[in-house]
Structures are given as structure tokens and as C-alpha cells.
Design a binder for this molecule. Structure first.
Ligand SMILES: [Zn+2]
Length: 94
């Protein structure tokens, strides 16, 4: 894939939603770096007004409880059913 990491991020996130963890593995950088890239992308996309970055919040795999989407961190367990299998937040660009 060509381009800077941020350009590649846009390409990937337009294809399908990815979690921060997936992106950090893909690019070989830590999750903090990806989060910063995403914040930067969100701002520049907002200025361009063509595409937007969306965060699908973390979700409990058992009871479907939806967490707050503002944090990209995956919660350790569900407050409702105590399940520890939480689907991470997914980021996409449309
Ligand atoms: Zn739950």
C-alpha cells in the first residue's frame, strides 16, 4: 500500500470498520499513535466535509450492551451482565 500512514488509514477504514487494536497491529505502532492519527483524521475530514469518521461503540457480546463511544478503549467487562467478552470499538470512514 502506498502513501503515509494516515493516507493508508483512510483507505483501510473506507474498506471496512477496524478496531484500534487491528490497526495498531497492521501498522506496527502502539494504540496511542493510532488514536492520535484518528483524532487528526477526524478533524481534517470535518474540514473537508466530504467523508466522516465514525466510531461504532464497544459492545457486550452476550447482552448487546453498548458502551460509550467517546473512548476507544475496550472495557474489561459488561456492567450489566458481567460478561468479559467485549467487542472493541470499531472505526470507519464513510
Ligand atoms: Zn453484557
Amino acid at each position: 500500500m502506498e502513501g503515509t500512514r494516515r493516507e493508508q488509514l483512510v483507505t483501510l477504514l473506507k474498506e471496512r470498520p477496524h478496531s484500534v487494536q487491528e490497526l495498531s497491529t497492521f501498522f506496527g505502532v502502539n494504540e496511542k499513535t493510532i488514536e492520535k492519527d484518528l483524532q487528526h483524521l477526524q478533524k481534517s475530514l470535518r474540514r473537508a466535509r466530504t467523508l466522516a469518521l465514525y466510531v461504532l461503540p464497544p459492545r457486550c457480546t452476550r447482552c448487546e450492551f453498548e458502551f460509550d463511544a467517546r473512548s476507544l478503549k475496550t472495557p474489561s467487562r459488561c456492567p450489566k451482565c458481567k460478561n468479559e467478552r467485549i467487542m472493541p470499538a470499531m472505526v470507519k470512514i464513510e
